[in-house]
Design a protein around this ligand. Structure first.
Ligand SMILES: [Zn+2]
Length: 150
């Protein structure tokens, strides 16, 4: 699922994935600002990039950004992309993320229900997972070609 679709999905479309959680709304202004900025970016942002984008909206402290990120991660609204040391707005506790090495665009897709039972056996219960992949979203192809399947 592409992030643009993902944003529509996050606005309330129900999902059949049993790994989906019910998500709390961001509790405070700073969390809301951080989540809005990440959702608009459509790519992972480092904490200091977030801070630079949020200064004009009154967020001036790295600790404010890190605190908001911590709450949003705990609430399942933001995922840390460990290999990029950056953060991505998400709705899927179990997802695969492909990050374009050329333009930085991120495509997130929920991991198929039942995948972990297939891998680890019927008794397995995985409640959080992340797969990070890097490659090209297609932006390096001829002009006019969409970045990814839409
Ligand atoms: Zn790209």
């Amino acid at each position: 699922m592409q992030l643009r679709e993902h944003a529509a999905h996050a606005r309330g479309a129900p999902s059949g994935n049993r790994l989906e959680r019910s998500y709390r709304q961001p509790a405070g202004r700073n969390q809301r600002l951080v989540l809005e900025e990440l959702a608009a970016a459509e790519k992972p942002l480092k904490a200091y990039d977030l801070l630079a984008r949020l200064r004009e909206r009154g967020v001036n402290s790295p600790m404010t950004v890190y605190r908001a990120l911590g709450h949003l991660i705990a609430a399942g609204r933001v995922k840390k992309i460990a290999s990029a040391n950056a953060f991505l707005a998400t709705r899927h506790p179990a997802s695969a993320v492909m990050i374009c090495r050329i333009c930085g665009f991120a495509v997130e897709s929920p991991i198929a229900p039942g995948l972990f039972e297939q891998i680890f056996g019927d008794g397995a219960s995985v409640d959080s997972a992340s797969i990070e992949a890097f490659g090209s979203c297609g932006c390096d192809r001829a002009a006019g070609v969409p970045r990814a399947a839409e």
